[in-house]
Design a protein around this ligand. Structure first.
Ligand SMILES: *Cc1c(COP(=O)(O)O)cnc(C)c1O
Length: 384
């Protein structure tokens, strides 16, 4: 792990220095014991306003939309994990993405890598309608007005890997910034800013939170001007997370390293089962990608596959497991299964991002691996 840590401002704490390892920073960055009480966990500060000893004289907090101590702790911690100078927490992943897209001016062109999260596509296509975009690989989609390249890697749900350093070099040469949605990999497996990306975004709802009990988002950058504008949008548009939500994400992040290790180990066993099963046509997992081997420290817990039996078989498998729960979302301790064409990616129907109805996506959890394998094998055997 390289890159500067956020050590300035409220919430900076012990263990946040760049000399510390990932897990130490996950547990300590921004989380020094509370000076007032010695509490080893940052207090959930619910106050919406903060007393001033004289006009404009305060301890760093005035009004809780502009700043909150629990949020500051979370921001310092995740910024440290991403090797970022600036970290901003939002009320959802899409709120973080919305703030990043506000960096652009009307008429600016966005390159959206194919195979992006459906909600990201909808945000660009239906909300930021003053922008122009092309959903295609970067080299084909480039235009003179391209100001931003939006990457997801690995992609959702096909787990394609994009070479972040190569795209960043190309974009920077032509005056555009690169945003990487790091939700699937997490900073434990991949640090895009160190590879040349300008901004990292997260749905903290997924692996950062890790327990399917909070919706949140995050943006991080080392660019001071971008950091300042994102901070302005966070306050001026107001899509801030509540203090308890910040606490839940901060609590989740403490175990991110051990969870990702287990997600990856269980996913590797699931991939081996799928690759050997007669009902399965193709398996999508980044473990055979040279670029992934270079830019990732592991391959994560997301696995997709297509069924030889097409849509009918895919729907039966998705509805036919007992330990894997049929549900949208991903990245938490429990294993989930879903049918993207009809669920998470339904809004991409008819667009270049449309997903094959024969595809099933798994978020492999951290349950006992033999139970996961037996559950999947039974569902697959039924559609051979
Ligand atoms: C879920 C998700 C988002 C959106 O985040 P929300 O927290 O649901 O707003 C963005 N990108 C990816 C890759 C996601 O999985």
């Amino acid at each position: 792990m390289t890159g500067p840590d956020s050590e300035s401002g409220p919430g900076a704490g012990s263990g946040s220095g760049s000399g510390f390892g990932f897990e130490t920073r996950a547990i300590h960055a921004g989380q020094a014991p509370d000076p007032a009480t010695g509490a080893v966990v940052p207090p959930v500060v619910l106050a919406s306003t903060f007393a001033q000893s004289d006009i404009g004289v305060h301890q760093g907090y005035e009004y809780a939309r502009s700043g909150n101590p629990t949020r500051s702790a979370l921001e310092a911690c995740v910024a440290s994990l991403e090797g970022a100078a600036h970290g901003l927490a939002f009320s959802s992943g899409l709120a973080a993405e919305d703030a990043v897209l506000r960096l652009l001016a009307p008429g600016d062109h966005v390159v959206l890598s194919t195979d992006a999260y459906g909600g990201t596509f909808r945000l660009i296509d239906k909300v930021h309608t003053h922008l122009r975009y092309t959903a295609a690989p970067v080299a084909e989609a480039w235009q003179p007005e391209t100001r931003l390249v939006w990457l997801e890697t690995p992609t959702n749900p096909r787990l394609d890997v994009v070479d972040i350093a190569a795209v960043a070099a190309m974009a920077h040469e032509r005056g555009a910034i690169v945003v990487v949605d790091n939700t699937f990999a997490t900073p434990y497996l991949q640090t895009p800013l160190a590879l040349g990306a300008d901004v990292v975004v997260h749905s903290s709802t997924k692996y950062l939170g890790g327990h399917s009990d909070v919706v949140g988002g995050f943006a991080a950058t080392n660019d001071d001007a971008i950091g300042e504008r994102l901070r302005f949008f966070q306050n001026a548009a107001g899509a801030v997370p509540g203090p308890f939500d910040c606490y839940l994400v901060l609590r989740g992040v403490k175990t991110l390293g051990v969870r990702m290790d287990r997600h990856g180990r269980n996913a590797a066993a699931v991939v081996a089962l799928l690759r050997g099963h007669p009902a399965v046509e193709d398996v999508y997992y980044p473990d055979r990608s040279e670029v992934a081997a270079r830019q990732m420290r592991g391959f994560g817990g997301m696995v997709s596959f297509t069924l030889r039996g097409g849509e009918t078989a895919a729907r039966r498998v998705a509805a036919g497991t007992k330990v894997f729960t049929l549900a949208e979302s991903l990245g938490a301790v429990e294993s989930l299964i879903e049918h993207p064409a009809a669920m998470t990616h339904a809004s991409a129907a008819g667009s270049p991002l449309e997903i094959s109805p024969a595809l099933v996506r798994l978020s492999v959890g951290i349950e006992t691996v033999d139970d996961l394998l037996a559950d999947l094998a039974a569902a697959l055997d039924a559609v051979v």
